[in-house]
Design a protein around this ligand. Sequence first.
Ligand SMILES: C[S@@+](CC[C@H](N)C(=O)[O-])C[C@H]1O[C@@H](n2cnc3c(N)ncnc32)[C@H](O)[C@@H]1O
Length: 310
Amino acid sequence: MTYPHQPVLVHEVVSYLLHKSDGTYADGTVGTGGHSLAIGKGLEGKGRLICLDRDPDAVNLSRDRLVFLGKGISVIKANYSDLDTILKQLNIKALDGVLLDLGMSSQQLDNSGRGFSFTREEPLDMRMDPDDELTAYHLVNTLPQQDIERILRDYGEEKRARLITRAIVASRSKRPIETSSQLAQIIKSAFPPHPPDNKHPATRSFQALRIAVNKELQNLDTFLKKIPRLMAKGGRLVILSYHSLEDRLVKQTMSGWEKSCTCPPDFPRCVCGKTVLFRRLFKKGIKAGQIEIEMNPRARSAVLRAAERM
Ligand SMILES: C[S@@+](CC[C@H](N)C(=O)[O-])C[C@H]1O[C@@H](n2cnc3c(N)ncnc32)[C@H](O)[C@@H]1O
């Protein structure tokens, strides 16, 4: 079987993550299992790998793909922001490594039928987890104008947010916006006929709506607040981000973890009790090389960051 999703920077992910082959690891975003497959092979049947995804299709697909690796691999439908609860249920005290490969997979874009792609005629859904209540349809058709504008600006860094939102509101006042291609057309109408960059005019708005529907930044923030408590000393955290909002959050959090006492220098003794939680393995995010980008265009925007629990 071929898998539409090509994992990014696999060699780098495995080499920063795996530091003991009998350790316990988690892949919080298993997707179609590309990274987990490489991690599972690296464990050589000795360690344990807990794979999570909030999308039930991803769970089924990667479970089938990874089953041959044996009993050490578990694939579970869960949000990575609930990793603490999952570890408790599995009676795991601490992890030796955790991977997050953020965003959505090519599988979701091309085959989910949930309206992630502006090139397809699909219901406007965009939920990674179909058990969630909020859909893109709900956001686009019911949210007040200024809230849609804020989503497009904050999560899509879309300069034309106001014009796009006006077009959406004008259109939905006639009839509901039902499909991804209908929305893409409306967004396009807010742009000049030949926009300066090569991107489809709906790229940023679709990204923004997906982030809002799936509360992607909130989940990442919750995860980053919990993760220091869930990792063993020497454990490695590896995160791949695909847009500046999530990368900024990862970068700022990792650099904050490196700081010890933050009390003012004239305090006679420390009252904040802050200790160094992680040490970054490298300061500048790693990017894919030209050859990988040519073979896998998704790699173009990827930034890898890694840190070690102190
Ligand atoms: C870029 S893909 C991962 C691809 C994977 N590394 C591979 O090699 O196939 C991101 C995956 O993360 C999942 N995801 C996104 N947010 C999540 C969350 N908060 N909890 C669990 N899974 C999440 C998506 O459903 C998607 O399958």
